[in-house]
Design a protein around this ligand. Structure first.
Ligand code: NAD
Ligand code: USQ
Length: 383
């Protein structure tokens, strides 16, 4: 299959592009490299020394003999995107190409607008090009579990059947996102659903939980193929961040009470989930939603697991409850369904001591690259 990976220079996208290429798909990467630019602007850097995109792709070719096409540009630029699509002629598009940090989107008005324009307009351009010239192409779009928020009832996969005043219907599940970023994903979902209902496009929204880990079979083949691993207070995410904090002897930064429960998954499952979605496409007119996570954990629970794994490696790991910079429930009900991908054949890599060991060892290997000033959160949700 010809698969265009938008955002293929990023954390999930790079791992996915190499995985799909290795599995025999014809892969193209489209990326504006804006994430590298935002890192520079914020004076932050990934834990791992990532090579420039052209060098990464050359090394992939040297090692495997496989070529990945490259399109450098911004999907909010309609002409650029249109040309790239005409040139590549994809059967499926995997869309990771968005501003994905909640704290980044909450810095100020400018960053909220940037996030929503970048994400919503980029996706909208893609939908219009698909409507006009690629109506049969399957869009696999990365959404987020955070679209649902933390309702006091079970979370279904995209839709809920409701009985109201004696009548019954299956409707989009209510959304209560917790940041301007998470809101942008809700707006995307509505736009994509509309494009499927009205224009007959086919799409799968992957409501992904928090991804952890860094190594996949492909990115581990060579130092030049290494993936990014964010640890800073803006782009670093809970589990990855805690492992790096443990490696440098920084107390694990649990925000508030730590009872915030989220869906998590190993990056090796991210790439497999995308493969499952593209291999069994949505039907024309169908807007399919999969909840893409394998396990639920509380943030405090994750910190305790890392404390334990660190101790058994001889690290002294403290866990500290910091003032929560976000406005969110710190103790709540959370029970989300995730059977759609399992039914398609996903065999999860559950969080294990050996994964934590390997991630901690990875963090220790690169710990001299850590900027200690970038660990504590600087962005707040408060007025
Ligand atoms: P990332 O920041 O590492 O990668 C995103 C990539 O998209 C970057 O390389 C960036 O340059 C590119 N990009 C952004 N805007 C673009 C634009 N307008 N045009 C072209 N390229 C653009 O992010 P990630 O962690 O790989 O996340 C990828 C996707 O998965 C995002 O949509 C995110 O919302 C979703 N997701 C991520 C996680 C996670 O834990 N990392 C969890 C759930 C969902
Ligand atoms: N948290 C801490 N300490 C930290 C960092 C985070 O306690 O040092 C808490 C946060 O307050 C929050 C939870 O951990 O309650 C998750 O925060 P996060 O930064 O790990 O994840 P989040 O902001 O939700 O965003 C990340 C990705 C985003 C993706 C989302 C999936 O950056 O792209 O959409 O995870 S989900 O959380 O399921 O919505």
């Amino acid at each position: 299959m010809k698969v265009l990976v938008i955002g293929g220079d990023g954390y999930c996208g790079w791992a996915t592009a190499l995985y799909l290429s290795n599995r025999g798909h014809e892969v193209g990467i489209l990326d504006s490299l804006v994430r590298r630019h935002w890192d520079n602007e914020l004076c932050i850097d990934t834990l791992t020394p990532i090579a420039p995109i052209k060098q990464r792709l050359q090394r992939w070719k040297d090692i495997t003999g496989k070529t990945i096409d490259l399109f450098i540009g911004d999907i909010t630029n309609y002409e650029f995107l249109s040309k790239a699509m005409d040139q590549f002629q994809p059967d499926a598009i995997v869309h990771f190409g968005e501003q994905r940090s909640a704290p980044f989107s909450m810095i100020d008005r400018e960053h909220a607008v940037l996030t929503q324009v970048n994400n919503v307009v980029g996706t909208l351009n893609l939908l219009y090009i698909m409507k006009e010239r690629f109506p049969d192409c399957h869009l696999v779009k990365l959404g987020t579990m955070g679209e649902y928020g933390t309702p006091n009832i079970d979370i279904e996969e995209g839709y809920i059947t409701i009985e109201h005043n004696g009548r019954k219907d299956t409707l989009p599940y209510p959304k209560q996102p917790g940041s301007m970023y998470h809101l942008s994903k809700v707006h995307d979902s509505h736009n994509i659903h509309f494009a499927c209902r009205i224009w007959g496009l086919r799409a799968t929204d992957l409501n992904q939980g928090i991804v952890y880990g860094v190594l996949t079979e492909e990115t581990g083949m060579d130092e030049m193929l290494i993936n990014r691993l964010d640890y800073d207070g803006v782009f670093g995410t809970a589990l990855n961040r805690f492992c790096i904090q443990a490696a440098i002897g920084h107390p694990l930064t649990v925000y508030g009470k730590g009872g915030q429960t989220r869906g998590f998954l190993d990056i090796r499952d991210t790439v497999r989930c995308v493969e499952l979605a593209i291999e069994t496409p949505a039907q024309p007119g169908e807007f399919r939603v999969f909840n893409q996570f394998t396990e639920l954990f509380g943030v405090g629970e994750i910190a305790s697991m890392i404390q334990k794994a660190g101790s058994s490696m001889g690290l002294k790991v403290d866990v500290q409850n910091f003032d929560n910079p976000r406005i969110e429930k710190e103790e709540h009900y959370f029970n989300a369904k995730n059977t759609n991908l399992l039914d398609l054949g996903l065999q999860p890599h559950y969080l294990s001591d050996s994964l934590l060991d390997s991630l901690l060892n990875f963090a220790i290997k690169y710990k001299d690259r850590v900027d200690h000033d970038e660990i504590l959160p600087k962005v707040t949700w408060k007025r």
